[in-house]
Design a protein around this ligand. Structure first.
Ligand SMILES: NC(=O)c1ccc[n+]([C@@H]2O[C@H](COP(=O)([O-])OP(=O)(O)OC[C@H]3O[C@@H](n4cnc5c(N)ncnc54)[C@H](OP(=O)(O)O)[C@@H]3O)[C@@H](O)[C@H]2O)c1
Length: 350
């Protein structure tokens, strides 16, 4: 197997991208032995750090403590702080951009511009961020196809469980008719913890400590994160572009701990349920709390776990449950996307 070396750039260096760096280090040997992929990190950026690049490879002290390094970014002889994303990608000689910045529900920016810059500069773009998927899927996919690179986003829904790859690579020609699921970990943790007796605020603090909450947790609580995921599924899997604001949405803010515990005493469980249904020429989409009987498979899904049930013309009901994912699951989705991108380089297919 011939080895191809990739220069990797990380935009956003929070929970997800830090975990991805650890996972890349952990799987370095298998990546090389089984997939012919070697890598080095040549770019790191966030608002606080600025744009840090070194095409010869950033040394690991920067990766281990990037915030501290911000103030010394000018010191290294080769280390070049850039002014903007295009300069940065160029200075880093980027082959792959891993984009994991915070969600912007309204318009997906600035992540869309960053991903476009990466693709146009000749790099694959891999994101865990739902914003660019829901606001620019068609546009970014078209650019990727034109330049012969991949735009991949497996981790944007259900933490890296291969949902998009499943339909793209393993279920050709299957028609997706409906989707039902629990896709937001933060609200599911809050509901589970309120059942166990915690207040709303204590339950939210627990979700935040687990690192699953959005940077702005009201995106989770008010159902926006779930609505963006529903819109992403409609846009990519049903090919019906849907904006988060097109999703009928109600969060869990009005649900009291008492109501959650009363439901439990009555043999039911409150869950924030996502629904998507294909009608003749449109889709119907909603996110809302529902009190479910315990016999419903959705009712058994607790804490950070999630579930998705697909109704298709071939498989009447296909269910995937993801129990207790950690940040590794999200980082893994990006790693798997990297392997897919490298595979398309190898076979010359995009
Ligand atoms: N955590 C999860 O379990 C999970 C699961 C699936 C998907 N995701 C998605 O993955 C993304 C990252 O999540 P996370 O948990 O890693 O978030 P996080 O810990 O809050 O990190 C976000 C990072 O992005 C940077 N950032 C934010 N806005 C930026 C901008 N405009 N330009 C440059 N850098 C920016 C932040 O640093 P500065 O503030 O310094 O800029 C920070 O380094 C989000 O889109 C999230 O929806 C997360």
């Amino acid at each position: 197997l011939s080895i191809k070396s990739y220069n990797l750039c990380f935009l956003g260096f929070g929970n997800v991208n830090r975990t991805l760096v650890r996972l890349l280090r952990d799987r370095e040997k298998e990546l090389s032995d089984r997939h012919g992929v070697a890598w080095q990190i040549t770019g790191l950026a966030s608002r606080r750090m600025g744009w840090i690049a070194d095409s010869a490879g950033l040394n690991s002290s920067i990766l281990d403590d990037p915030e501290k390094h911000k103030f010394h970014a000018n010191e290294g002889p080769a280390l070049r702080p850039s002014d903007n994303v295009r300069d940065w990608l160029q200075a880093a000689h980027a082959d792959v951009l891993f984009e994991a910045t915070s969600l912007n529900v309204e318009n997906g920016q600035p992540a869309i511009d960053h991903i476009r810059a990466a693709l146009e500069g000749g790099a694959h773009a891999i994101t865990a961020n739902k914003g660019p998927v829901v606001h620019a899927y068609v546009q970014l996919s078209e650019i990727a196809a034109k330049v012969g690179k991949r735009f991949l986003f497996e981790s944007s829904v259900m933490d890296g469980v291969p949902i998009f790859a499943l339909f793209r690579d393993a279920l050709p020609l299957v028609k997706l008719q409906a989707v039902r699921g629990i896709l937001n970990s933060t609200t599911n943790v809050i509901l589970s913890e309120m059942e166990n007796g915690l207040s709303f605020d204590a339950a939210l603090a627990k979700a935040q400590a687990l690192g699953v909450a959005e940077t702005d947790a009201s995106y989770d609580i008010d159902g926006w994160d779930a609505a963006v995921k529903v819109a992403a599924l409609a846009t990519v899997l049903m090919r019906v572009p849907l904006k988060p604001s097109d999703v009928r949405r109600e969060g869990i803010r009005k649900l009291s701990p008492q109501a959650v515990r009363d439901a439990k005493s009555a043999g039911k469980r409150y869950k924030l349920v996502c629904r998507l249904k294909r009608l003749d020429d449109r889709v119907e989409a909603s996110v809302q709390p529902e009190s479910l009987p315990l016999t419903d498979p959705l009712a058994a899904v607790e804490g950070t776990s999630s579930i998705i049930c697909f109704q298709t013309d071939i498989f009447p009901e296909l269910v995937i449950t993801e129990n207790n994912p950690g940040l590794e699951a999200t980082a893994y989705g990006m790693l798997a996307d990297f392997v897919r991108a490298a595979e398309s380089d190898r076979v010359g297919r995009t």
